[in-house]
Design a binder for this molecule. Structure first.
Ligand code: FBP
Length: 559
C-alpha cells in the first residue's frame, strides 16, 4: 500500500527560500527600528486600550557577522480560523529558527485553535513531526478553531498554561479578528508583567488582511490559483458544450479579492464585485437585471452559455439585504432566549421574524426564497458573522435570473435558452499544496516571527515585504498590530479591530477588470491557467498573483 503520493514525497524535500537578511542565520541578525507609528483612526481610544503596546516603531532586520546567541526560550504556536495553504510552513520556519537559535529551545503547538491554549491541550514539536508536514497544505498538524481569545478569564487560563510550560513567546497565525485578539493578549501580558510576548502572522485566503505594510496574507496565492485552474476548466467545458451557464460562488467572507483575482486570471463573462454593488447601492433586482441582460445579449449572438463569478459575501453588500441582516441579528439575539420562538415550526418562525422586523426589512426578508431564509437563520460564527459560506447565493441568482428571462421571453426580449449549473469553490482551495510563493512566504513569516521574539518584541505582526521581487530580495521585519487598528461596531458595541481591506474601486486591480469586462462579457476571451506547477521554469512556478503584480506596478508608477 502506498503511504504518500509522488508529489507528497517531492514536496517534503523542497527547501523554502528566505529573504537575504534572514538567510544568514537566526543568530546573525540586527534589528533596525523605524519611526514610531499611529493607528488608522480613533487614536485616543486605541491608545488608551493598548497603552502598553501602542505606537511602537516598524522594524526590519539586517544581517550581521556578529553572533547574537539568545537565552533559551520556549514558544507556543496557535493556528486560528479558516485554513489557508502554507500554515504548516509558518510552523516549520518558526521551528527551524527556534532550534537554530538554541537547540534546547522548545516549540509547543496548541491543539484545535485558540481553545488549545485555554484548555492546556498541546503537543511538543519534534524534528520528525515537522519533517512530515513541510510544504504541505492544511492545518492538520495541530488543527485550528475559531474561539475568540478576549476575556480576562481566558487570558488568566492562557497565562497559567504558559507558565507551566515555561513559554515566553506565543505566535498566533490568523486573520484580522485573530490578530486583533493577539494584540489584546499582548497588551494584557505586558500589563500583568507576565513576561510573555505575542507575535501574529497574516493568514487568510480572503486576502483582506493587507494594508500599506502587509502586501498580502498567506494562502491567497495558492487558493486563487487553485480556483483559477478549476474555473479555467469550467470555461473550457462551457465553451465546448455550449449549453450551460455556470454560476460559481467563490469564497471570501466579505471582500471580493479572491473573485477579482480569479477573474483576472481566467476572464469569465460576468464577475460581480460586492464592494461595487455596495458603492452603487445596487438592489438584488438590479443585479439580476444586469446578469439577465448579458445572458440575453449572448443568446442573440447564438451563445447560450457562459460563466458568472459570484462573491461569497455578496448578500451582505446589497444595501437592502445588509440592513435587513443587521436588524435580523438584533431580532435573533432577543429571540435566542424566547422559548415560544425556539419551539416553533419553520413557517411560524418566519412569521415571528417578519412581525418583529420593520416594514422595509420585513418585506425584504419575506421576498427571499425559503432556502435563503433558512440559511439566514443559521447560527452566527463566534465573531457574530452570518456564515455566508452556507448561503446559496449562486442558487438564489440562478432562480431569479431564470424568472427574469421568462418575463423577457414573454415580452419578446429573450430568444435563447437558459440552463444553469451552480458551483461553490472555497474548501477546494484552502488546503491545497502551497505554491512555491506561499511555501517560501510562509516559511519566511514563521522564521521571522521567531526573530521578532528574539529581540523582545510583542504586539507585532510578522511582515515580509517586497513580495513581487525574488525571495532573496524580500524585506523581513515587523509591524505593530496597533498600527492597523480602529474602532468598529461589533455585537452592538464599539471594539478595537484590525481594519479589513476591501477591494478598492479606485485601485489598479478593480480598474483592470472594469476596463475589460464588457469585452469579456460578449467575446470569449477565456484564459485556462492550468494546474499549479511546483517544479520547472521559474516563469511558471514562481509567478505571483495579478493582484500583487498590478498593485506593485501602481506603487512604482506613483513613486
Ligand atoms: P479566515 O478569515 O479565518 O481565514 O476564514 C475565511 C474563510 O475561508 C472564508 O472565506 C469563509 O467564509 C469562511 O472561512 C468559512 O468558514 P468555515 O471554515 O468555518 O466554514
Amino acid at each position: 500500500m502506498k503511504e504518500l503520493s509522488s508529489l507528497q514525497i517531492e514536496r517534503l524535500k523542497y527547501q523554502p527560500k528566505l529573504p537575504e537578511s534572514l538567510a544568514g542565520g537566526i543568530n546573525n541578525l540586527e534589528l533596525v527600528e523605524g519611526n514610531k507609528t499611529e493607528c488608522v483612526k480613533d487614536t485616543e481610544q486605541i491608545k488608551e486600550l493598548f497603552s502598553n503596546i501602542y505606537g511602537k516603531p516598524i522594524v526590519t532586520f539586517k544581517k550581521t557577522p556578529e553572533k547574537i546567541i539568545p537565552e533559551k526560550s520556549n514558544v507556543g504556536v496557535i493556528l486560528s480560523g479558516g485554513q489557508a495553504p502554507g500554515g504548516h510552513n509558518v510552523i516549520a520556519g518558526l521551528y527551524d529558527a527556534l532550534k537554530q537559535a538554541n537547540p534546547q529551545n522548545k516549540l509547543y503547538g496548541f491543539l484545535g485553535g485558540p481553545s488549545g491554549i485555554i484548555e492546556g491541550n498541546y503537543i511538543e514539536f519534534t524534528d520528525e513531526k515537522i519533517d512530515d508536514y513541510r510544504n504541505t497544505g492544511g492545518f492538520d498538524i495541530i488543527g485550528s478553531g475559531r474561539t475568540k481569545l478576549e476575556t480576562e478569564e481566558q487570558f488568566q487560563k492562557a497565562l497559567k498554561v504558559c507558565k507551566e510550560l515555561d513559554i515566553t513567546g506565543i505566535v498566533i497565525i490568523g486573520g484580522d479578528d485573530s490578530n486583533t485578539n493577539a494584540a489584546l493578549l499582548a497588551e494584557w501580558f505586558v500589563k500583568n508583567n507576565a513576561g510573555i510576548q505575542v507575535i501574529g502572522c497574516p493568514k487568510t485566503i480572503d486576502g483582506d488582511l493587507k494594508n500599506d505594510q502587509i502586501e498580502i496574507s498567506f494562502g491567497f496565492d495558492t487558493a486563487t490559483k487553485t480556483y483559477a485552474e478549476l474555473i479555467g476548466n469550467i470555461l473550457r467545458d462551457a465553451n465546448s458544450a455550449k449549453k450551460y451557464w455556470h454560476f460559481i460562488k467563490l469564497m471570501g467572507r466579505s471582500a471580493t479579492h479572491v473573485g477579482l483575482e480569479v477573474a483576472l486570471q481566467t476572464q469569465p463573462n460576468i464577475t460581480l464585485i460586492s464592494e461595487e454593488v455596495e458603492e452603487k447601492k445596487m438592489s438584488l433586482k438590479q443585479i439580476v437585471d444586469y446578469i439577465a441582460q448579458i445572458v440575453a445579449k449572448r443568446a442573440d449572438l447564438g451563445k447560450n452559455f457562459g460563466v458568472a463569478l459570484i462573491p461569497e459575501g455578496l448578500i451582505e453588500f446589497i444595501p437592502e439585504i445588509k440592513s435587513m441582516i443587521s436588524n435580523l441579528n438584533d431580532v435573533l439575539a432577543v429571540l435566542e432566549n424566547d422559548s415560544a420562538y425556539k419551539s416553533a415550526d419553520e413557517n411560524t418562525k418566519f412569521n415571528i421574524i417578519e412581525n418583529k422586523l420593520n416594514n422595509e426589512d420585513s418585506s425584504v426578508f419575506a421576498s427571499l426564497p425559503t432556502m435563503i431564509k433558512q440559511q439566514l437563520l443559521m447560527d452566527r460564527d463566534p465573531h457574530g458573522n452570518v456564515q455566508v459560506s452556507k448561503i446559496e447565493t449562486e442558487k438564489l441568482l440562478i432562480e431569479m435570473v431564470s424568472h427574469k428571462l421568462e418575463e423577457m421571453k414573454n415580452e419578446g426580449n429573450f430568444k435563447g435558452k437558459f440552463s444553469a449549473q451552480c458551483h461553490f469553490f472555497g474548501y477546494e482551495g484552502r488546503c491545497a499544496f502551497p505554491t512555491n510563493f506561499d511555501a517560501d512566504y510562509c516559511y519566511s513569516l514563521g522564521y521571522n516571527a521567531f526573530a521578532l521574539l528574539k529581540f523582545g518584541l510583542t504586539g507585532y505582526l510578522s511582515s515580509v515585504k517586497n513580495l513581487s521581487a525574488p525571495a532573496l530580495e524580500w524585506v523581513a521585519g515587523g509591524v505593530p498590530l496597533t498600527m492597523m487598528m480602529n474602532m468598529e461596531k461589533r455585537h452592538g458595541q464599539f471594539k478595537p479591530v484590525i481594519k479589513k481591506a476591501l477591494v478598492e474601486l479606485n485601485g489598479p486591480v478593480f480598474k483592470e477588470l472594469e476596463k475589460n469586462r464588457e469585452v469579456w462579457a460578449m467575446e470569449d476571451k477565456y484564459i485556462y491557467p492550468g494546474a499549479i506547477q511546483y517544479f520547472g521554469p521559474s516563469s511558471i512556478c514562481d509567478i505571483t498573483t495579478e493582484t500583487l503584480r498590478l498593485e506593485n506596478a501602481a506603487k512604482l508608477t506613483a513613486v
